[in-house]
Design a protein around this ligand. Structure first.
Ligand code: SAM
Length: 375
């Protein structure tokens, strides 16, 4: 799927249709954009949705080409992470260059809670569908959004037009900071690839591969971000990596590298406690490990038991016993400060990895959407 971006008026005209569909016909909306069901439309003029390829006609009914996440009057198109129609076997994880779908406790929380200030020049690194940058663009003077995946940039551009903020946004394709060399920002935000996995990068979609400890991308970010930050600049990112019972490897690295910087870094955990690796491995194995009973599409490569075993040993040898999920916020200060906060109850749980939208009940999806609305 590639969006044609030429007719901006046409793209913009889709938002009121999506809005009416979502507000007045929630069931149809969820059936169409979360369950990928074929839907009959009689009262709506949905021609713009068809012309832009958000949906397509199939024997008199309509099917979504993309998942469309509604959030506070905005609509964000992504690929479906799992699909009933494109599956060959029982489960289907998206292609290597898939555009990351929305997990309610990640991107929307970040999008709605960004520490963006009026007039900021913002960098949304690894933008994916563009959701975080699009929400920043309301207050910011300008947002530059980058991603290594050209398909993601095509979706992000489309979403910025759909939500009427394209005049404030610029999009660039490339690795990490390469596309913004020489530019300084007031705020850098990101939710990048931070999934800890065996050392088999070719087996993972670009949106997820974070190296064996999940912190490969984060370390590179920590090494270079100050070259792209104005003197009183701020940072905010989704942090996920393995660690000991006390601290994730990402934060250990940050403390070592930034000990002389005048910043206050706060690690706001999304889980009540660090999550035991044993618990996470169970989820991981279900999704990624080769399973003779499940036929996966050719584009999806499963991990072998040997590869997984090597990874487990690697983690064990280093004393890594836990997973951490958090939002990190960095503000200017007169000395280096570091703090880790844990919430009173879990905000994020792993079950979404296996029981994504298609596996959720209609009521659960509604609750998730409401959770984002009331943040
Ligand atoms: C988990 S997805 C999140 C996307 C988006 N930020 C969000 O919150 O929905 C991670 C994103 O990082 C991008 N990415 C992976 N490696 C990258 C790199 N080296 N440089 C820039 N972007 C990268 C992927 O293409 C993907 O869009």
């Amino acid at each position: 799927m590639k969006f044609n971006l030429e007719d901006k008026e046409l793209i913009r005209s889709c938002r009121p249709i999506l809005d009416r569909l979502y507000k007045d016909h929630k069931k149809k909306y969820i059936d169409l954009f979360f369950y990928e069901k074929d839907i009959l439309f009689t009262k709506f003029d949905i021609t713009p949705l068809i012309k832009t390829k958000i949906i397509r006609e199939l024997k008199g009914k309509f099917r979504a080409n993309v998942q469309v996440f509604p959030l506070s009057g905005k609509f964000i198109c992504t690929d479906f992470n799992y699909s009933t129609h494109r599956k060959i076997g029982k489960t289907y994880t998206t292609q290597r260059d898939g555009v990351w779908g929305i997990l309610p406790e990640e991107t929307p929380v970040m999008a709605k809670k960004t520490i963006v200030k009026k007039g900021d020049v913002v960098l949304d690194l690894a933008t994916g569908s563009g959701m975080i940058g699009i929400f920043c663009a309301e207050k910011a003077k300008k947002v530059i959004a980058t991603d290594i995946n050209p398909r993601a940039i095509n979706y992000a551009k489309f979403n910025s037009i759909l939500n009427g903020v394209d005049h404030k946004m610029e999009f660039r394709v490339g690795n990490l900071f390469n596309p913004v060399k020489g530019i300084k920002f007031d705020l850098v935000v990101w939710n990048g690839p931070t999934v800890a996995v065996p050392e088999t990068p070719e087996k993972y979609p670009v949106y997820s591969y974070g190296g064996m400890d999940g912190a490969e991308f984060t370390r590179k970010f920590i090494d270079s971000v100050f070259d792209y930050l104005k003197p009183n600049g701020r940072l905010q990112w989704y942090d996920c990596s393995v660690g000991t019972e006390k601290i994730p490897v990402s934060m250990e690295y940050l403390k070592r590298k930034w000990k002389d910087k005048e910043v206050k870094a706060i690690f706001n955990s999304l889980t009540l406690d660090p999550v035991s690796l044993e618990k996470s491995f169970k989820v991981y194995s279900k999704v990624n490990l080769e399973n003779p009973k499940i036929k996966t599409p050719l584009s999806v490569k499963t991990v072998t038991k040997n590869e997984e075993g090597r990874w487990h040993n690697w983690l064990k040898e280093r004393g890594y016993t836990h997973f951490y999920y958090a939002f990190v916020q960095v503000n200017p200060s007169d000395k280096f400060e570091f703090k880790m906060n844990f919430p009173k109850k879990d905000i994020r749980t792993d079950r979404y990895l296996t029981r994504y939208w298609l596996w959720m009940s209609y009521q659960t999806i509604l609750k998730k959407l409401e959770f984002c609305e009331w943040l």
